[in-house]
Design a protein around this ligand. Structure first.
Ligand SMILES: [Zn+2]
Ligand SMILES: [Zn+2]
Length: 380
């Protein structure tokens, strides 16, 4: 029993070590991310400035949900930038930026997004801050909810947030040697962070924690730039320490990692609730769509019926005209032709009877009228 408890204790300590590892990765990446995000922000504003020949790039008035992009949908109603749910596809109610700034930034963000099709996370961002807050722009590259609150430094983000920004930004990818494929070391560390902090057992085997930490070291030793930064070197040093058999986790470490795990689980729960909400909305949209389609079909049938009705009425009127014309031509002819017309009219009336169920009454009246008319003419 005592041995079992001790083993459990080892696994729990492994979990704490892995959690600490993620913390070191985050610390190692923070200045690098701040640097990239700030540089890109300057570049975006500069590009917008040149694009619209502006003396200053300022706005702070636009709402991303109603913002009209600079680009417009193609003739075949596609987004030319390939974004599936693009504002360009629903131009009604969209407002173009009065300062010629935000629509251009919107376009830039889509073009910088690395996924196929590009899918910036507009829910995370506040467009009113785009001109003044580099991280407000960078947040569009975090493909996860929970980053809505105002943040202006990498230190305010969690490790997956920073990794998302690096992974999902075409230009940031140029600053790392690692090629993002989904199974690369950046993607692996992002995934292992979730595995660690969403773990209910809060236990890890020795091999698991060592594999995790090896990935973290590999990430921080990315040869292009990260490896050469002091904070990355410090983080790697800490990670190597973590791997030592005799590494002692303190109660402070434990408390900190448990706190992070708690926050991660809360976030996960919120994310799930969000997913359920979205699924519910999608279901309702689909149901409404189905209803609309049915109603549309109903309208088509209705209009077809109306056309038929009009056609039949026309036939009736024409026949009546014929009757009148014929009447003036002489009684004899009328007697001859009148019979034919009458027969014809009766036929028409029968046709009407058969064809039109919905408007039967009205037409029957017309038919009766027509017949009476003919009777009158014939009697003339
Ligand atoms: Zn578009
Ligand atoms: Zn604007």
């Amino acid at each position: 029993m005592e041995h079992k408890a001790q083993l459990k204790n080892v696994k729990y300590r492994n979990w704490v070590r892995a959690g600490l590892g993620i913390k070191y990765v985050k610390e190692g990446l923070e200045p690098f991310c701040d640097h990239l995000v700030n540089q890109q922000h300057i570049a975006i504003l500069d590009k917008v400035k040149r694009k619209h020949n502006l003396s200053a790039v300022t706005c702070g008035l636009c709402d991303v949900r109603t913002l009209q992009p600079d680009h417009v949908q193609t003739k075949t109603r596609q987004c030319p930038l390939g974004q599936t749910y693009c504002n360009c596809l629903h131009p009604r109610g969209k407002i173009s930026c009065a300062n010629k700034v935000c629509g251009a930034i919107y376009d830039e963000i889509i073009q910088l997004h690395a996924s196929t099709p590009p899918a910036p996370n507009w829910k995370n961002t506040d467009a009113q801050q785009w001109c003044t807050e580099p991280w407000a722009v960078a947040k569009c590259f975090i493909n996860a909810p929970g980053y809505e609150a105002n943040k202006s430094r990498a230190v305010e983000f969690d490790c997956p947030g920073l990794l998302h920004v690096l992974i999902n930004n075409i230009e940031f990818q140029q600053h790392i040697k690692c090629v993002i494929t989904g199974t690369d070391v950046f993607s692996r560390v992002r995934k292992s962070r979730n595995d660690i902090f969403h773990s209910h057992s809060m236990e890890l085997e020795d091999t698991e924690v060592n594999n995790y930490i090896d990935d973290m070291i590999e990430l921080l030793e990315d040869e292009h730039e990260i490896k050469h930064r002091q904070e990355s070197k410090d983080a790697v040093k800490n990670l190597i320490e973590l791997k030592r058999e005799d590494f002692i986790t303190t109660t402070t470490d434990e408390a900190e990692i448990r706190r992070v795990a708690m926050a991660a689980i809360n976030e996960k729960e919120r994310e799930l609730q969000q997913t359920i909400l979205v699924a519910g909305n999608e279901f309702r949209t689909a149901a409404a769509e189905g209803k609309r389609k049915l109603e549309g079909k109903g309208l088509v049938i209705k209009s077809e019926l109306q056309q038929k009705r009009r056609k039949l009425r026309k036939e009736l009127v024409m026949t009546n005209d014929e009757v009148r014309t014929t009447a003036t031509e002489g009684k004899r002819m009328l007697e001859k032709e009148g019979q034919a017309i009458k027969a014809n009219l009766q036929q028409t009336a029968e046709k009407i009877e058969q064809k039109r169920i919905g408007i039967e009454k009205q037409l029957t009246t017309k038919t009766v009228e027509a017949e009476q008319n003919i009777e009158l003419k014939l009697q003339e």
